[in-house]
Design a protein. Structure first.
Lengths: 349, 349
DNA sequence: ACTTGGTTGGCCCGAAAACGTCCCACGTAA
DNA sequence: TTACGTGGGACGTTTTCGGGCCAACCAAGT
């Protein structure tokens, strides 16, 4: 059932909106039992004229009957609303969550794909696909896109296609090597994405840094300095979100640091920064590239994550809050919403 | 799946058409493999500009890719078309049958409601409902509507409603008593319909006739003559279609006539006339009211029938062919289409 | 009997979207 | 080279959409 709507959505992108709108109208009529155009319009927040267009359609379809005192659902309409109820619920469960999360964190856009990446690998692919779509939409001429590493981003890179080569675009790693395995490194992903869409790319081949001195001396290197500057000109950054300890382990962080992370309540990781439950930065990997300041001022920050297991992490990164677009799956979304619910509960008491 | 599509058809009738249009375009692109806007437009019979609007959308959705040599389906588009295939079939299977039957018999409109009256009584209700809708649409001011008897028509009468009273309309029986039980008689149905929509009605209380003499002498009666004339002024006739022998039995036709019907290959019955497989009239009930000539010249002839068991009968009456609107259910439609298929088969050989 | 507050359905008009049509630079095949 | 078909752009026209208003009507309350 969901599939059929997914399919239709591709051909009729605004199908869902219309469906929802019409359902709302019918629903409202049902509640009001007998209601006139004007009151209905104001209670739905639409102008009289557009509402009228809809009700005229409903009349034509025999879903409502209009008397001199107002309109009411016909029996067919009643039945339809009943049938719709369950569909709309399922349909807009995700949309509702999207809206809720979007509003709560003040994001520009939230996208939830059905499924749970923890369970089904297909969902991860969908996640990547959705991310590609978003990225394609926000990318303009000459844009520089910075990407991080991680399995989700790698998946996204694999899904990436473009109809016309984006010769004027650049892909760069958001930060230098962060100790991940080659295939999940930002460098790998940036170059892969660039190749797949016919864009250009520049890489930042630096090791993880252990000391400020190393940082300073590397930044003295003209060509390194130059590329870091280039990266900082990025208008768009795409990053994954990870569980702090899973990430630390993957990056083979030494035990001492892990302990300190644990002590600080680290929960999530994104672009080399570790966050605690409340979105505070509790640790950062020392490397070159984008710093938090730049990310905070970036025009488009796209975060991608999937799986119920990452829900908490996503929530904490969102709490830090510089993202503009969030792309997650249903599994993660459910967890996040549950956390929000809990927060509201405690607020009330 | 079926249900959700039905709902959409009611709530988003225009979107379904768009869906079909877009599917057709994508399908055509798929067949052409690589094709330009103009050639595609002509092969689809649309102007270049509207096609362009569609293809632009497809591009935005990533369903097609455009090269300098033309457009082709992207892999996503390919997949979508595949998935759509079944949806469109389901969605427009009935539509296709409607169109096929409409064209084959040169009808003005064919309406197929999902389901089979033989199996589910709900379908019969839908049939009645659909008939009401059609009738409401074709009825104008001062129109006289002649109706026949039968269980389907009775069902229709029960479904009949109108938003505004049709004070200037008349309902009349198409023909005099044809030996049916009271509740299925044309008189009963005409009066019931009239009452339900606030219209007027006149009845024709005459028994079945046994002889020409009786016919002649009854027609001498001024008031009978007058009402028959009135009936013949009808612009619209709504009639059911029945299986010849079921009908004969219900009307308690004597054995001799039944035998003669069987000998003549009678198959179907409508408004008191019996038809054989090829749509020839093989027998007629002697009564007053509309004659075949009048029906043939009537502006709107609406035939209603439901159930696979009536498929053959409907086919033979259609073959006689004076209907303008046909309202059947899926069960009957399937049978009819099967007959048409068989006919085409034999034509080919 | 008369006001009041609501209804529907009709109408008008400016804005915006859709559309028909032509043109252009370009790639490609002959 | 030529000839053709392509996608993309542009532009004036047509059609639709949407906002707003109004007449006729109705029911209820005064």
């Amino acid at each position: 059932m969901r599939k059929i709507l997914e399919i239709q959505k591709q051909l009729l992108p605004d199908l869902m909106e219309i469906l929802k709108k019409r359902y709302n109208i019918l629903h409202q009529i049902k509640l009001s039992e007998l209601v006139g155009r004007r009151t209905l319009a104001t209670s739905l927040g639409m102008t009289e004229r557009v509402l009228r267009a809809e009700t005229d359609l409903f009349k034509e379809q025999g879903l409502i009957e209009s008397e001199s005192a107002g309109m009411r659902l016909s029996s067919a309409g009643e039945k339809l609303v009943e049938d719709l109820e369950s569909i709309v619920k399922e349909l807009f469960g995700l949309t509702n969550m999207e809206e809720r999360i979007r509003e709560h964190f003040g994001l520009q856009q939230v996208l939830i794909v059905p499924g749970d990446s923890d369970v089904s690998p297909m969902t991860k692919r969908d996640l990547g696909l959705a991310a590609c779509k978003v990225l394609r939409k926000v990318m303009g001429k000459d844009d520089v896109v910075a990407v991080t590493g991680g399995s989700t981003l790698a998946q996204m890179a694999e899904q990436m296609t473009s109809m016309s080569p984006m010769k004027t675009n650049w892909f760069v790693p958001a930060r230098g090597g962060l100790g991940e395995s080659l295939e999940y490194q930002a460098n790998t992903i940036a170059s892969m994405m660039a190749k797949r869409v016919g864009a250009q790319y520049r890489l930042l081949h630096v090791p993880d840094l252990l000391s400020d001195e190393a940082y300073q001396s590397l930044m003295q290197e003209p060509n390194i300095h130059e590329i870091v500057e280039f990266i900082r000109r990025a208008r768009i950054v795409v990053h994954g979100i990870g569980d702090a300890f899973a990430m630390a382990k993957r990056r083979r962080v030494d035990q001492q640091t892990v302990d300190s992370l644990r002590q600080d309540g680290a929960l999530a990781e994104a672009f080399g920064y570790y966050f605690d439950r409340n979105g505070n930065v509790v640790h950062k990997m020392l490397s070159l590239g984008l710093r938090l300041e730049e990310i905070q001022q970036m025009q488009v920050v796209i975060a991608i994550a999937g799986g119920a297991s990452k829900g908490e992490a996503v929530h904490s990164v969102l709490k830090f809050g510089r993202e503009t677009v969030l792309i997650i799956d249903e599994g993660a979304a459910n967890v996040i919403v549950k956390i929000l619910d809990a927060e509201e509960q405690t607020e009330v008491h």
